[in-house]
Design a protein around this ligand. Structure first.
Ligand code: ATP
Ligand code: MG
Length: 144
């Protein structure tokens, strides 16, 4: 289509549990407004929510960005948290380092990263211990 991609970005505050899922909720509204197919909206909302919560819970906050192109969208979460020492381990269902306090809030099932993988058409994690993490996930639009 030759159009500029649409970009939307939010800051995620550390441990701000009054703002749970705020950025991903805004992304969902934007995608609906843009007329993106509902199945894509659903998958994008899952990916964005899990990435947002990981940045909030494990990394002291960060940035969540969505880029919508003509044939796909991309969600990126970037943080300057502790990094992930073993990505393959972190990707396993049920693996979590969440504290008891966090678990009492209903997080820490170790399902976030596997859910992101399941709901995207490709994800990538760039991480360095002591530096931070950048997660990107792509979702293709049907028929593309
Ligand atoms: N941005 C991040 N920075 C540092 N560590 C992270 C980050 N994202 C994930 N991790 C690590 O990977 C583990 C697994 O993440 P995942 O999202 O799958 O589970 P969880 O967040 O612990 O629980 P759930 O997502 O089910 O509430 C986390 O417990 C944490 O150790
Ligand atoms: Mg998680």
């Amino acid at each position: 289509m030759g159009q500029e991609p649409y970009v939307e970005e939010y800051t995620i505050q550390a441990g701000d549990f009054t703002a749970i899922g705020e950025a991903s909720t805004k992304f969902r509204a934007t995608l609906k407004m843009l007329g993106i197919p509902s199945e894509v909206v659903r998958r994008a909302a899952v990916v964005a929510y899990e990435a947002e919560m990981n940045a909030m819970i494990h990394a002291g906050g960060g940035t969540l960005r969505m880029t919508v192109a003509s044939d796909h969208l991309e969600i990126m979460a970037a943080d300057q948290g502790p990094g992930i020492p073993d990505v393959a381990l972190a990707m396993q269902e049920g693996y979590s380092t969440a504290s008891d306090e966090i678990r009492e809030l209903g997080f820490g099932a170790g399902m976030g990263l596997p859910n992101i993988e399941r709901n995207s058409d490709g994800m990538n994690i760039e991480t360095e211990v002591g530096i931070g993490t950048i997660l990107t996930a792509r979702i293709n639009f049907p028929g593309q």
